[in-house]
Write a protein that binds this ligand. Sequence first.
Ligand SMILES: Nc1ncnc2c1ncn2[C@@H]1O[C@H](COP(=O)(O)OP(=O)(O)OP(=O)(O)O)[C@@H](O)[C@H]1O
Ligand SMILES: [Mg+2]
Length: 520
Amino acid sequence: MSAMTVDRWLALSTGVGGVLYVWSKVQDYIPASLRLYLTTSTTKIASYFSPYLEITISEQGIERFQRSEFFITVEAYLSEACARRARKLKAELGKDSKNLQVSVDDYEEVTDEFSGTTLWWYASKKQSSARSLINLYPGQDESRFYRVVFHRRDRDLIVNSYLPFVLGEGRAVAIKNRQRRLFTNNASSSWNSYQPKSVWSHVPFEHPATFDTLAMEPEQKKAIVDDLKAFKESKEYYGKVGKAWKRGYLLYGPPGTGKSTMIAAMANYLDYDVYDLELTAVKNNTELRKLFIETTGKSIIVIEDIDCSIDLTGKRLKGKKASADKESDDEKSKLPGELEKDEATKVTLSGLLNFIDGLWSSCGGERIIIFTTNHKEKLDPALIRRGRMDKHIEMSYCRFGGFEVLAKNYLDVVVEHEMFSEIRQLLEETDMSPADVAENLMPMSEKKRDPGECFRGLIEALKKAKEDAAAAKAKGEEAEAEIGKEKDTKEDAAAAKAKGEEAEAEIGKEKDTEKEKTSD
Ligand SMILES: Nc1ncnc2c1ncn2[C@@H]1O[C@H](COP(=O)(O)OP(=O)(O)OP(=O)(O)O)[C@@H](O)[C@H]1O
Ligand SMILES: [Mg+2]
């Protein structure tokens, strides 16, 4: 069948393009009952004679006021794959309100090819059957849809291969075009049961950190990037071995060593959203589960300072048990409000473990979970064992490798500077966080952006930090010696006391023997 004949068929039988446009204009002047009759009758007659089938994808999602994911995906697919062939396009402000997104306009027909078959897509809208008196949003009364038309003989091909293909491609385009987001959990008092997504609020994620700007020893950095790359590309592998497609990282180290910066760099590298989970705002395990279920794939879920967020250590929990009696005495002295507060805060270690393993498996994949802590030793081993936290990354003080990155970032110094050898030496001997080193390399005024000046300042700061550390160490040793001395004195006193008691007992015994003798 020639393209002309097909077009005529389509115009006659399915009412595409211009026909629909004219219909949309005149239908408001026709009484509703007649309009319905005309629509259904023409559709019935047309479909009886037509060798073509059509599939409609409606914009209305399952939830009220929610757009169907399939509709959004088709929109993304068409704007990428077919918009070039359309003559009528529409432009909207896309992500971060900076980019223009161009898509196919309503009533404009575009063709697509798949496995040697031609299909026709067009977008249109129909009046919603339930008209309301008050419209809160523009266009609320209209329901938009996409319709694809194809020959009957291609039914299986379209349903089983083409539509899944459109779904896959559309998702990839939607992810590429989306504005990445940083989510934070809302307090449960503000959750809305009609809007499941209300458990998280979000802002655009625009952290500029990348692995290029992260100060770290190059080999360690490369190992992390390789690990992330392998994870991203291992969908099939995870499926083959029967594991959920997720990975856990524990970032530990002193303050200011770049743990939060590393998370931002990871998100930028993987092109993922970030869910920053504030555990102290979560009342119990049920809330935790709900929060998790509302996260999407291609995301990093972060719990910062895990040791401070929740009482997680086995030791502390055991200690709690032992002192249960004492606690119940304490509770008596608590105010009613305080008791309620304790009752409400019930996220437990096992709840958190379920959050990490149990639900992961049933909620789709491509998620990374990251815990950060300043004190790895305080964490329960169950929480950070391999399989839960697959990779433990130590973020440590700045050494020369990290410094070189900072010198390049902050001062554009890429070649060896005369002061580098002294800085290298000092960095090996002194523990200074990358945050502090960076502070010294960041001149506040444009005029002072002289590398030599900044490096001199850094050397001074490093020397001072070294002296301070030595002084603190000396003080610590002194204090230890003092404690040792006290200990010795105490031990001596205890020994003398014991000796005295022994001697007394001896004298007592002797006296008793003498008494026995005189009584004999
Ligand atoms: N390794 C690093 N590379 C680049 N910049 C860093 C690095 N570490 C720290 N910084 C700088 O110092 C600042 C603080 O770092 P960051 O918040 O990542 O530290 P942190 O380890 O998360 O600290 P905390 O334990 O207090 O949360 C950042 O804004 C960043 O500019
Ligand atoms: Mg941090």
